[in-house]
Design a protein around this ligand. Structure first.
Ligand code: NI
Length: 135
């Protein structure tokens, strides 16, 4: 039987939603307040879920301390208290929507996991708005 284990984390970050290929009016019509040139912040809540078999030797799918440290190193230290548009490589040329942030987090974590483990990212941008992506 496959079992899913999950770790919650969070980071605070600023962003601006903007498509440089569009004029100012189209950007404002599309992104509204999120297009504010002065940026705005969110308290992002992240849930990282890993699905796999229970290791009969440990009784774990994986070591949660290891997962905690991985999220800290690859996600929190990269994005926490940053302006995503101006201070991160990942969003220099990618609109930092919740959808894109979730996909980037998936790409940052996936290579560290064992190939047989399935990874799902759940990202809350607000308490009521969240996105999911999984391999
Ligand atoms: Ni926003």
């Amino acid at each position: 039987m496959k079992v899913t284990v999950s770790r919650k984390a969070h980071f605070n970050a600023a962003h601006r939603l903007h498509n440089p290929a569009w004029d100012a009016q189209t950007n404002e019509n599309t992104f509204g307040k999120c297009n504010n040139p002065e940026y705005h912040g969110h308290n992002y809540e992240l849930i990282v879920s890993v699905k796999g078999d229970i290791d009969p030797q440990t009784g774990y799918v994986l070591d949660m301390k290891w997962l905690k440290d991985l999220i800290k190193e690859r996600v929190e230290e990269r994005f926490d208290h940053k302006n995503l548009n101006t201070q991160t490589e990942e969003f220099k040329n990618l609109n930092p929507t919740a959808e894109n942030i979730a996909v980037v987090i998936h790409q940052l974590l996936k290579p560290a996991l064992r190939p047989e483990h399935e990874l799902k990212i759940t990202l809350y941008e607000t308490p009521r708005n969240f996105v999911e992506c999984a391999d």
